[in-house]
Design a protein around this ligand. Structure first.
Ligand SMILES: Nc1ncnc2c1ncn2[C@@H]1O[C@H](COP(=O)(O)OP(=O)(O)O)[C@@H](O)[C@H]1O
Ligand SMILES: Cc1ncc(COP(=O)(O)OP(=O)(O)O)c(N)n1
Length: 277
């Protein structure tokens, strides 16, 4: 059942193959039992093999979409995904400052799994200065954390240092995702607003079908916050959900296939929570 009083917004781009972007976010919100609204900032022609084209939506249309929702819905959280260019980052930042949508989760999407650029170089600085300070949570993968922190990340110590740097730049909580890589064990690192930290340890699923994992994780965190979880619990529950969606694979497309958003979480999906590694 969807709880219609729990309303969450995603501001992101579309993915015509339905695996990432707004599609992943709305499927995740629904699966978590919260109501999802969407503001489209870009339309991508995309499939599991790559991104074929990107069309950005004009700023005034983005502003109008946000205003329409703000005037009617009762939102308690918002997440942003692909924002594309500097104009869009600035437009979204202006709207987030104007309207109070509650918890703001920033997924700093930069590059799709197939390698296509989803954020321009100029927009990176705008995202750092305009959006990071507004975010209750930022969820970079390792390459994104390197770009935002200006640091090279090779070791677990580097991961922690980069997360602290992102907190210094204004994000209250940081979840640094460790999905990129080849190791058999995946570690995500969480740094919370009170200065505490923990690692989420899980076994890597040997699959190419991970299209939209980052979107799904950040959308699930937003949903769990709206459902009333504290930040640590929201992160752990969201991680278990993503793990379930990867493990219950579906066979769509011929490349980086999408997740199964209706997956049921079992004990097997619970990450190990550890303080230090
Ligand atoms: N093959 C995999 N097996 C298990 N977990 C994964 C796998 N790939 C990604 N994840 C998890 O999915 C989430 C998203 O991570 P990641 O893929 O790094 O983000 P992004 O999609 O933004 O690049 C993280 O919690 C990560 O640990
Ligand atoms: C429209 C759109 N938004 C975001 C992404 C990237 O999503 P992400 O969850 O990081 O997944 P992968 O691209 O890493 O599979 C996208 N591809 N398209």
């Amino acid at each position: 059942m969807v709880n219609d009083t729990l309303q969450v917004l995603t501001i992101a781009g579309t993915d015509s193959s339905g695996g990432a972007g707004v599609s992943a976010d709305l499927k995740t919100f629904m699966a978590q039992g919260v109501y999802g609204a969407n503001v489209i900032v870009s339309v991508t022609a995309q499939n599991t093999l790559g991104v074929q084209s990107v069309q950005m939506i004009p700023s005034e249309v983005i502003t109008q979409q946000i205003q329409s929702i703000a005037e009617d819905l009762s939102l308690s959280a918002v997440k942003t995904g692909m924002l594309g260019d500097v104009q869009t980052v600035n437009t979204v930042a202006k709207a987030l400052k104007k309207y109070n949508f509650g918890n703001y989760i920033l997924d700093p999407v930069m590059v799709a799994k197939g390698g296509a650029k989803l954020l321009s170089d100029k927009a990176i600085l705008a995202l750092k200065t305009q959006l990071l300070p507004l975010a209750v949570m930022v969820t970079p993968n390792i390459p994104e954390a390197e770009v935002l922190s200006g640091m090279t990340i090779q070791t677990h110590e580097d991961i922690m240092a980069a997360a602290y740097q992102l907190q210094l730049l204004g994000a209250k909580n940081v979840l640094l995702k460790g999905g990129h890589g080849k190791e058999l064990t995946v570690y995500d690192f969480a740094l919370l607003a009170d200065g505490s930290h923990f690692w989420l340890k899980s076994q890597r699923v040997d699959t190419e079908r991970t299209h939209g994992t980052g979107d799904t994780l950040s959308a699930a965190i937003a949903a769990q916050r709206v459902l009333g979880c504290d930040m640590k619990t929201a992160i752990i529950k969201a991680k278990a959900y993503v793990d379930a969606t990867i493990r219950s694979g579906i066979q769509v497309g011929h490349g980086h296939g999408p997740l199964n958003h209706l997956a049921v979480i079992t004990k097997e999906n619970q990450p190990e929570v550890i303080n230090d590694i």
